[in-house]
Design a protein around this ligand. Structure first.
Ligand code: BG6
Length: 490
């Protein structure tokens, strides 16, 4: 008898734009990520309007999963994965986002890939939107998620996909990380507004350590775009339930600690968590906005109008489970002295002095995972699925083609241990997917050197390499963890 359920969904997650490559194959259209340059820890990525001469776009070929999927899935099977999360690239299905008919070649490729997963006994979890915005559709509706016609095209694409893959795909997420729009990014990072006559890049990635955008104009735009996404998400749930045999998850969740025992710090931490976690989940679980949302809108002069029709849609499309990504916790404070003496962290937070950080400054907090699981379960009583977790690190491929990534094993071990504790606390956890089980391009920096995988891919930051796959030490470790149902973590 182990703490993890017999049908616990062990595995790993990726997104199409970070690994498929083949950007001009099979009738695919161009998405914003195909036009996103590489960056680094100090040099933000940018999204250009067309493919510029001499510029490297890492999503063009990436690790070329498109052509390697059969061999890669064989490796996933060898590790014993029960589930694999990936996204569908909207522009493989509708190259312009809203074409009259769906692209048969795109549907056929995903059908082959999902069938290969099924044959390997691996259950897909499919994200329907993971930042792969069709560029043609953006030119047609330049304000993106702020335009209802953009949203309608998205819902139509989702319906096509869910209908086509009935029987092959049981689990969907309408959006990756719904919560990102209110986390302090400038809204343009998540809503790539298109301006034909301007030099402004569609999306300029930001220095994450200083992502603290909070002007009322930014919040107003983000709230309105997010509202359309929440309505679209509810429509997708409703359609999925009508098709039948599908479960849909809402995706959000993070944890914020008060830096000191000052009541003001606890209040601020609570408010930040309300916005980063409960704002979206309350809607996806209960079909209406949480009570605190009204005050938040008022204080930031948000002018969102919610129609009776939207209210009805939100009520009719509530999710079946909650998914979340967890890499790190964060700390906040109102104390000016503490602010002066503490290093800033991502999203306007401060570094927690009690825990270590990765080389990219992401703080490592396995206990936070247990706390978050407990909090989410107490609030929503829905099954929880960890759909991203992992350590981005530089790996060394030795001459004998081994990779000794003990740091990654240590990170994952401690997080899985805390999930086991949360299960003992009574939390219903349905699965655990690490992030990037095969090395892929980093989303925030576009680097290849920031690796999360159990499988090493021979590719560097400029796109050079054989793309050969090699098993890291963590490959054998994760295989043992899954075979022992999470009990043998050594
Ligand atoms: C998640 C995203 O928030 O963070 C992924 O959903 C991303 O797409 C992951 O890859 C890790 O970020 P990065 O920049 O290390 O790839």
């Amino acid at each position: 008898m182990t703490r993890f359920k017999d049908d616990f969904l062990w595995g790993s997650a990726v997104s199409a734009q970070q690994m498929e490559g083949a950007y001009n194959v099979g009738g695919k259209g161009i998405s914003t990520r195909n036009l996103t340059t590489a960056g680094s820890r100090t040099n933000p990525r940018r999204t250009t309007k067309t493919m510029e001469e001499g510029v490297y776009y890492p999503a063009s070929e990436s690790i070329d999963f498109y052509h390697h999927y059969l061999d890669d899935i064989a490796l996933f099977k060898e590790m014993g994965w029960k589930s694999f999360r990936t996204s569908i690239d909207w522009t493989r299905i509708y190259p312009n986002g809203d074409d009259e008919v769906a692209n048969e070649e795109g549907l056929a490729w995903y059908r082959r890939m999902f069938t290969a997963l099924k044959d390997a006994g691996i259950e897909p979890l499919v994200t329907l939107f993971h930042c792969e915005t069709p560029v043609s559709l953006l030119k047609k509706y330049p304000t993106c998620w702020l335009d209802r016609r953009f949203m309608d095209a998205y819902v139509r694409y989702c319906k096509t996909v869910m209908t086509e893959f009935k029987g092959l795909v049981k689990y969907y997420l309408p959006f990756n990380e719904l919560d990102c729009l209110l986390m302090g990014f400038p809204p343009e990072v998540m809503i790539p507004i298109y301006e034909e006559d301007s030099d402004r890049k569609m999306v300029e990635f930001i220095d994450f350590a200083h992502a603290t955008s909070s002007s009322n104009r930014d919040i107003d735009l983000s709230v309105k775009a997010l509202h359309n996404q929440l309505v679209a998400s509810a429509m997708v749930v409703k359609i999925a339930h009508e098709i039948g045999g599908i479960q849909v998850g809402g995706m959000a969740g993070s944890i914020v600690y008060p830096m000191t025992a000052r009541p003001e710090d606890s209040l601020l931490a609570m408010q930040k968590e309300q916005i980063s976690t409960q704002y979206c989940l309350h809607v996806t679980v209960y079909g209406e906005y949480a009570p605190f949302a009204k005050r938040y809108w008022k204080e930031h002069e948000v002018t969102l109008e919610i129609s009776e029709e939207d209210k009805k849609i939100l009520k009719e499309g509530t999710c079946d489970f909650i998914a979340f990504a967890y890499y790190s916790s964060s700390c906040t404070t109102t104390d000016e002295e503490v602010k002066k003496t503490t290093k800033p962290a991502m999203f306007g937070a401060y570094m927690n002095p009690y825990i270590k950080s990765s080389d990219w400054g992401w703080q490592i907090d396995p206990i936070g995972m247990r706390i978050l699981l407990n909090r989410l379960y107490a609030l929503y009583h829905k099954p929880l699925w960890i759909v991203e977790n992992g350590l981005g690190a530089v790996d060394v491929l030795e001459e004998d083609k081994t990779v000794h990534d003990t740091y990654r094993i240590d990170y994952l071990r401690e997080h899985i241990r805390q999930i086991g504790e949360a299960i003992e606390d009574g939390v219903d956890v349905m699965g655990y997917l690490s992030w990037g089980g095969i090395d892929i391009i980093s989303d925030t920096t576009g680097e290849m050197m920031k690796r999360y995988g159990f499988i090493y891919v021979d590719l560097d930051d400029e796109g050079h390499g054989t793309r050969e796959r090699y098993k890291k030490d963590s490959f054998y470790w994760y295989k043992k963890v899954i075979a022992s149902h999470g009990e043998d973590l050594d």
